[in-house]
Design a protein around this ligand. Structure first.
Ligand SMILES: Cc1cc2nc3c(=O)[nH]c(=O)nc-3n(C[C@H](O)[C@H](O)[C@H](O)COP(=O)(O)O)c2cc1C
Length: 180
């Protein structure tokens, strides 16, 4: 049996796409987080967890943090999926900093992190998410241009639109790492 598993939580499908591509490439099982039972972690040696970024937090990351005792001796990979371009070191550092608030120092040391780029379709956002994005936009518009980082500029430039940056090729480093 393949001892690798991909688990994900995705609200609008971007992380789901990446998770599906990964499970195809690694020829392993795929679970949506709500369908995965933590007691099944013992069946696997390599665990990939992916979640969308929402206000800096990773969707469903409690699956890892609350079950760390079942995971600490395994190869654990966390991939985030967000709108900000993770190729920009400032954005990557920002995501990492937010992760340190939920992952212990031990988790940060043993979990291999990857950041992927998703997308957004404002017409599909639920009311809470629409309101959050609208508030964020209003807050950003009050700032001077020089105060805006690339993530903020991206949000303002694409506000209200549908954009999709998902890129299958960006998974290659994760696939290589799992095969090591
Ligand atoms: C309310 C809200 C908050 C978000 N916060 C972030 C964020 O902090 N960082 C980021 O890079 N993207 C953020 N995004 C963009 C999502 O991470 C992006 O849409 C991602 O592709 C979602 O993945 P999913 O469709 O799998 O849930 C946010 C989107 C919404 C609607």
């Amino acid at each position: 049996m393949n001892k690798t598993v991909v688990i994900y939580e995705s609200k609008y499908g971007h992380t789901k796409h990446y998770a599906q591509w990964l499970s195809e490439a690694l020829d392993c099982r795929l679970f949506e987080r709500k369908n995965f039972r933590p007691q099944d972690f013992e069946k696997y040696e390599v665990i990939l967890y992916g979640g969308g970024l929402y206000a800096g937090g990773v969707s469903g990351i409690k699956l890892l943090t609350q079950n760390w005792s079942l995971l600490s001796d395994k190869k654990v990979i966390l991939f985030t999926c967000g709108l900000a371009d993770p190729a920009d070191p400032v954005n990557a550092a920002h995501i990492r900093k937010a992760l340190t608030k939920v992952l212990s120092a031990e988790m940060m040391k043993s979990i291999k992190l990857f950041h992927l780029r998703g997308g957004i379709d404002y017409s599909r956002l639920n009311l809470v998410h629409k309101t959050m994005m609208s508030m964020l936009r209003r807050m950003l518009l009050k700032k001077n241009d020089s105060e805006l980082n690339s993530e903020a500029r991206q949000i303002l430039a694409t506000y209200g639109q549908k954009i999709d940056f998902t890129d299958r090729a960006s998974l290659q480093p994760i696939i290589n790492y799992c095969r090591q």
